[in-house]
Design a protein around this ligand. Structure first.
Ligand SMILES: *Cc1c(COP(=O)(O)O)cnc(C)c1O
Length: 363
């Protein structure tokens, strides 16, 4: 299914000099481009009215369903400028399919893959100048999202929804660059339970993680690690990133996708890159105790987290009010650093794209 997009240009785009100053030194998610995409869905009409319009506030009725019952899902995907000036994105079919799975779980309409990819192209056609130069990890971060936009109070899935895309020029996610971060182990709150919404990329999962994250900040940690809701024994993931553990003999372990963990596209890509290099990758249950023992015996040599926003981030220590595993002063591991370099080089078009992951957005 495809739709043609109606384009209404912003009559007051940010002056070139101001845009240039922002994209020379972007901070994560604070500035937005001159336009946004909107596509409307209605139960009796399906997807229609695809438009590119000036960036600006959403005029919303206070009874809009998303404000009351939380039907909201989103994606995060980046636009990379290559050295020849062209603009590309990474595995957009995967994001489109994940948005569809999230939609299904949250009883929202599934946006066809073609419309998802076309929406990114449409935004680049008008806001391409917002994609920073390919240096210091600068990219344009797209935030596609879908909300229930029917005005009514009552508990049922909305009969009207909106898909939108906004975009923000970004630099490195964690201020301070690629140095190991400390992670706070949530002992008093869970992110996702069996048959819950853990596999959907939905705002509610993030809302549920913020109390523990605040506790983590107080203890000098930048992210929170969640354990399984049933037994608090198995490691699941961070608030917004998946986890990998590197063993001395070269095998790598990551928690298996069991319905409570977000299916990270970075996670999937790293598994492929590791396999290409001949590393055995085990996707299985991992207990916190295994990590504790492995770290103190030296069996585990590196821990890293991954996601589109922060790419690959070395983890120095896992902390809770009871213990600290590892040290925040650790150096980033060699495998962590080289995987990061390999993945970003593919994304910036500097390394052969063997798996056909890159997708051109600019004309
Ligand atoms: C988005 C997200 C990730 C990372 O997914 P990527 O596709 O690699 O960006 C991991 N965990 C959670 C909870 C997420 O929301």
């Amino acid at each position: 299914m495809s739709l043609s997009f109606k384009v209404t240009r912003n009559q007051k785009p940010l002056p070139d000099s101001e845009r240039e100053a922002i994209i020379a030194n972007p901070t994560f998610g604070t500035h937005f481009t001159d336009h946004q995409v909107v596509v409307v869905w209605e139960k009796d009409k399906g997807w229609h009215s695809a438009e590119v319009i000036p960036y600006g506030p959403i005029l919303m009725d206070p009874s809009s369903a998303v404000l009351h019952y939380g039907q909201e899902i989103f994606e995060g995907i980046k636009g990379y400028r290559h050295d020849d000036g062209s603009i590309w994105t990474f595995r957009p079919q995967m994001n489109a399919e994940r948005l569809q799975r999230s939609a299904k779980r949250m009883a929202l309409p599934e946006l066809p893959t073609e419309i998802f990819i076309e929406s990114l192209k449409q935004l680049i056609a008008v806001d391409g100048a917002w994609v920073p130069k390919p240096e210091n990890e600068k990219t344009l971060y797209f935030r596609p999202f879908e909300i229930a936009a029917e005005n009514f109070l009552g508990v049922r899935s909305a009969h009207r929804a909106e898909y939108r895309v906004i975009a923000s020029p970004v630099g490195p996610y964690f201020t301070g660059g690629v140095k190991p971060v400390s992670i706070w182990i949530a002992l008093d709150s869970s992110r996702a339970g069996k048959h819950g919404t853990g596999e959907a990329k939905t705002g509610g999962n993030y809302a549920a993680s913020l109390l523990a994250q605040n506790e983590g900040y107080e203890h000098g940690c930048s992210q929170v690690m969640f354990l399984d809701a049933d037994s608090a024994t198995y490691i699941e993931e961070l608030g917004g990133m998946n986890l990998f553990f590197v063993y001395k003999d070269g095998h790598v372990v990551t928690p298996a996708l069991d319905g409570t963990i977000l299916r990270g596209i970075t996670r999937d890509s790293i598994i492929t890159l590791l396999s290409d290099r001949g590393h055995e990758v085990q996707q299985r249950k991992v207990t916190l105790d295994e990590i504790r023992k492995g770290f103190s015996s030296g069996e585990i040599t590196e821990i890293f987290a991954c996601g589109t926003a922060a790419v690959i981030t070395p983890v120095g220590s896992l902390k809770s009010r009871e213990e600290e595993i590892g040290s925040a002063d650790a150096l980033p591991g060699a495998l962590t650093v080289s995987l990061r370099e390999e993945l970003t080089s593919i994304q910036y078009g500097r390394l052969e794209d063997k798996h056909g992951w890159m997708h051109r957005l600019s004309a």
